[in-house]
Design a protein around this ligand. Structure first.
Ligand code: ADP
Length: 480
């Protein structure tokens, strides 16, 4: 069952119950009120009748109810020309009983005129108290009031008055019918209005559901729920849903981008692996040729194969380093002296590149928390690039400022054009003026990944024609 139907049914039921309680209360009050006013009227009537009746019946001996020959009741007009009872109202039934509850006077003087009187009534009257009861007289529902007239402490006679309840009951029935029909119409009407209101109120939820469904079907996270209503609970739900969609969209785009990068990466890796492997395979084919190639050529082919194998190993090592960084395999951090690691790297590189002039200005004992191997790898990549992409002097400096260590590698090469600068830290990206051999475009991405692992940053400043400066920054180690 839908929430809309549940809500509508709920408040329709509440309305029905309220109307029922209201109807029953109204009916009961009306029934009681009409009965009370009837009783008041009958009491007035009986008071009016009491005096003339006393003139006639006071002191009259009771008839013997067991005597079959006792006289029939008398007609009212037999007394004092009937004038005593001329005040009897229309539709009012009056009877006079003696103290043994035998009918002694009625308008027509017939024994059958006797009104119903229950045993409890007789007991009450004997106790000299008034008695009210309802009974059927000539097929009509009547209210019968009996009042004993006391003389000298004894019941002298009893006056009875009866009034038809038919009119009152009819009025009550019609009230009940009116209330039921009006209540029914109100409930049906309220159900319709409630159905519309709940539909209107729940429409944003429906829209959210539809949006969610469309997103699910089409994977279109750019969709939003359009809710222009107030910021009530539903408004908040719509806003929260939209906020969630914004975050989902961002996450989805990130995952998409990461997947694209991964696909690109795999394509690049395959390409880079294929080139040396193809060369090796080609050289192997040359070696197997019969008749075999001359000895000198064989030497060249073997050298070529060794070179390509080394290149393959370098590539695999680079990929491994990146894979470790991606898998967040934490580098083992130790207290490390950056100055001495940098000195060591410069020494190694200078030894291999004697023709290059590397000037260094290194502040001693720059201590950080990091890994010597990782630092060495970063520094070698940056010095190596400075050598590869420039021909002039190389300036290396290391200093500290604002609780950070700054290491800069400055060359006087061609510099990096702006459009290339934003890509140089991407995997397998190589600039237009890249060196022809060796590199895979993985040096700077590795340097960046390792720097990040050690809570550092890497940045580049470069002007075309003036050279490039790569700056690495690490937080200085503080013993506490
Ligand atoms: P690789 O050197 O193998 O090409 P890197 O990731 O180390 O890969 O560098 C990426 C690119 O950044 C290089 O191809 C080159 O275009 C550019 N680059 C890096 N260092 C320098 C530098 N010092 N001067 C000019 N260009 C540089």
């Amino acid at each position: 069952m839908s929430i809309r139907l549940k809500l509508t049914l709920l408040y329709s039921t509440i309305l029905t119950l309220t109307l029922m309680i209201f109807g029953v209360a109204l009916y009961s009050i009306q029934a009681q009120e009409t009965l009370n006013s009837l009783k008041e009227d009958m009491v007035i009537s009986i008071m009016r009748l009491k005096n003339p009746a006393m003139d006639i019946f006071l002191g009259e001996p009771p008839l013997n109810p067991d005597n079959q020959n006792s006289p029939p009741p008398k007609r009212f007009d037999e007394f004092l020309d009937g004038s005593a009872f001329q005040d009897i109202r229309e539709r009012e039934i009056v009877r006079i009983l003696d103290s043994t509850f035998t009918l002694i006077a009625s308008p027509y003087g017939k024994i059958e005129d006797a009104l119903p009187l229950s045993e409890e009534g007789k007991i009450a009257l004997q106790d000299q108290t008034d008695w009210w009861e309802e009974g059927i007289v000539a097929d009509e529902q009547m209210l019968i009031f009996s009042r004993p007239v006391i003389d000298d402490g004894e019941i002298s006679f009893i006056v009875q008055i009866a009034r038809s309840l038919t009119e009152r009951n009819r009025t009550l029935r019609s009230l009940a019918t009116t209330l039921s029909i009006a209540g029914g119409i109100i409930v049906v009407f309220a159900f319709g209005i409630g159905w519309m209101i709940s539909g209107f109120t729940l429409r944003p939820i429906h829209r959210i559901t539809m949006t969610a469904k469309k997103i699910g079907d089409k994977r279109d996270f750019s969709r939003r729920v359009d809710h222009e209503g107030p910021q009530d609970e539903i408004g908040q739900l719509a806003s929260t849903f939209n906020e969630m969609l914004t975050k989902l969209e961002e996450a989805y785009n990130k995952v998409e981008k990461a997947l694209d990068q991964q696909r690109e990466f795999i394509a690049d890796v395959s390409h880079e692996l294929r080139t040396p492997l193809t060369t090796i395979l080609g050289n192997l084919a040359l070696m197997r040729r019969a008749p075999s190639i001359p000895d000198d050529d064989q030497e060249d082919v073997l050298n070529d194969m060794v070179e390509e194998s080394n290149r393959l190993i370098r590539l695999v090592n680079d990929l491994l380093t990146l894979a470790h960084a991606d898998a967040r395999q934490k580098i083992k951090m130790r207290i490390t002296d950056v100055s001495s690691v940098l000195d060591e790297c410069i020494r190694e590189v200078s030894h291999l590149n004697r023709n290059r002039n590397i000037n260094s200005k290194i502040f001693p004992e720059l201590i950080m928390l990091g890994s010597k191997d990782a630092l060495k790898q970063i520094f070698l990549i940056l010095i190596d690039n400075a050598i590869k992409y420039s021909s002039g002097n190389i300036e290396i400096s290391a200093t500290e400022a604002d609780e950070n260590i700054y290491i800069s590698f400055q060359d006087q090469g061609k510099g990096i054009p702006l459009h290339e600068k934003k890509h140089i830290f991407e995997r397998f990206y190589r600039g237009k003026d890249r060196s022809k051999d060796e590199g895979f475009g993985l040096g700077l991405p590795i340097a960046k990944a390792l720097t990040r692992e050690m809570d550092g940053e890497i940045a580049v400043e470069s002007n075309v024609g003036q050279g490039s400066t790569f700056i690495v920054q690490f937080p200085i180690y503080k013993s506490e």
